[in-house]
Design a protein around this ligand. Sequence first.
Ligand SMILES: *Cc1c(COP(=O)(O)O)cnc(C)c1O
Length: 343
Amino acid sequence: MVDLNKLVRENVKKLTPYSCARDEFNGKTGIFMDANENPYGNQNRYPDPYQKELKKEISKVKGIEEKKIFLGNGSDEIIDLCFRVFCNPGIDKALIFTPTYGMYQVSASVNDIEIVKIPLTGSFQIDIKKTEPFFSDKHLKLVFICSPNNPTANSMNYTDVEYIINKFNGIVVIDEAYIDFSEKPSFIKLVNKYPNLIIIQTFSKAFGLASVRVGMAFSDTAIIEYFNKVKPPYNISTINQKAVSGKIDQAEQFNRQVSRIKKERNRLSAILSKMNIIEKVYPSDANFLLVKVKNANYIYNELVKRNIIIRNRSNIVDNCLRITIGKKSENDQLIRELKSISI
Ligand SMILES: *Cc1c(COP(=O)(O)O)cnc(C)c1O
């Protein structure tokens, strides 16, 4: 059984969180003389620290209770909070499956947490046999699973992931930044079943709101309460809360964009796989393609010269490039320029 009390850092359990003016009184009307705000202007008031209106909207669409939702200044703040709530610097560890999103390692390093890296298999799946022995390490607090995974673009096998949630007595974090581009189901409903699960989603990709910096976490209420205790009180500005408000249930507009991107992904994938300079296009459940080439550095530089910027991932996946799906005209331009490169 997972014992949250044993997982959370002692200092976090003991700390008295900052009590802001809006914690003590959160009515909407009145003469506000409690937060040392300037009485003039229209950006003069502090934001709602718990983003209640926004959570109401998200709760409806996702079918998850408001008290099981946390909003962060991007998913990156949520990743950092996982380390700060559960991992003692210099002592505890987190496990990741490589190659994967770079922020898990960076956030771990900032917090002085050792990262255990388990390479994904040849088909970019989790190697359960190699992973399981680490579960008995009492200092291992977090396992990060990115699905669909960045930069490999595939989803992890559902049964492997649920096996890990069941077997590991620590916290499992599933990063679903690309879930809206995938045909595979989200793991979100499992937060009602497992108290050690955190699902992360974001407004940065499918919702087209990367500049706004709002990430979502779904998990058991006890974990959300610790996140609320540790976060800076006003972590999401009023401007940013408003920018996201009303977007989550704009299903039609947003589905149109996502299906356009998916259609382009399939078209681009088919064209690229026929090109001589490309060895392999990996299957994608995301809004990008991972492609293997003969000389990644050369192709990357040639594209930069032609004013097309892709991501060179050859230092983490041998001779691989990551290409974000653009508009049709942009994808066409990429294809034209790739054809003009001779190797
Ligand atoms: C892009 C991305 C995110 C998004 O991070 P935000 O801080 O919400 O913009 C999260 N996880 C992965 C794996 C990503 O690729």
